[in-house]
Design a protein around this ligand. Structure first.
Ligand SMILES: [Zn+2]
Length: 235
């Protein structure tokens, strides 16, 4: 979603329970509500001093706006990429949570990864969490039983997408004082364990996946809302 952000806050390179990965990309700016969610989440996931750290990747640029990178989102200060794997060491490439040949979760995906996803999807300020579709299916398999009831309502906010096998994407709701902020499409009712999830394994999905990869490798500048022009061009 194209956009921009005024009055963005920045996430420090490290803090209680987290560290930023790839800080040289300078995409550590976000809406103050996003920055505060990340800080409080990292601290609450840090149960012991020696607990592994939350590894946080891209948020956005100081005023938001397009970056010509893999994502067309990350423009309005509401999005953050978080690695599934937590670690105290800086690694350059996080492991994939998906066996790509079989399109199912890999052995790397375990209780710790699950806990982090559950944490974020359970936060009221989080609008949705994007994950690889095989991860969504795994969550439905483990928690999506019809009798799981309200306890598993967080699964609804976890949405299947292409990619997102090494990191997941958190998007927060439009903050109250952001009149120009536009919410994404509403999430359909139910936990998502239905024919729309099965679609991701179809031949049509494989075609779309190819197109999606092409778009990521050949990004085009999106058209921005008018209100962003002035903000992005001011110095
Ligand atoms: Zn992202």
């Amino acid at each position: 979603m194209a956009g921009c952000v005024r009055g963005a806050d920045s996430l420090p390179l490290r803090g209680d329970g987290f560290r930023l990965v790839r800080p040289e990309r300078r995409r550590f700016f976000g809406h103050p509500e996003l920055v505060s969610l990340l800080k409080s989440s990292a601290a609450s996931l840090q149960t012991r001093k020696s607990s592994p750290l939350l590894l946080i990747g891209d948020l956005g640029l100081p005023r938001g706006g397009p970056t010509l990178s893999a994502h067309s989102s990350h423009q309005s200060g509401l999005d953050a990429d978080i690695w599934y794997v937590r670690s105290r060491k800086a690694t350059t490439t996080p492991p994939s949570m998906v066996e790509h040949k079989r399109l199912r979760v890999s052995r790397s995906f375990g209780a710790a990864e699950l806990r982090v996803l559950q944490h974020f999807a359970s936060q009221p300020e989080v609008d949705r969490v994007l994950v690889h579709f095989a991860i969504k299916r795994e969550l439905c398999r483990r928690f999506g039983a019809p009798d799981a009831g309200a306890d598993a309502s967080w699964i609804r906010k976890i949405r299947p997408w292409f990619g997102h096998d090494r990191h997941f994407h958190v998007r927060i709701r439009c903050p109250a004082k952001s009149p120009f902020c536009k919410e994404g499409e509403p999430i359909p009712p139910g936990n998502g364990r239905d024919a729309t999830l099965d679609w991701w394994w179809s031949a049509e999905a494989r075609q779309d996946e190819g197109k999606n990869q092409h778009r990521q490798q050949n990004p085009v500048m999106p058209e921005l809302p008018e209100a962003c022009g002035q903000l992005l061009h001011s110095s």
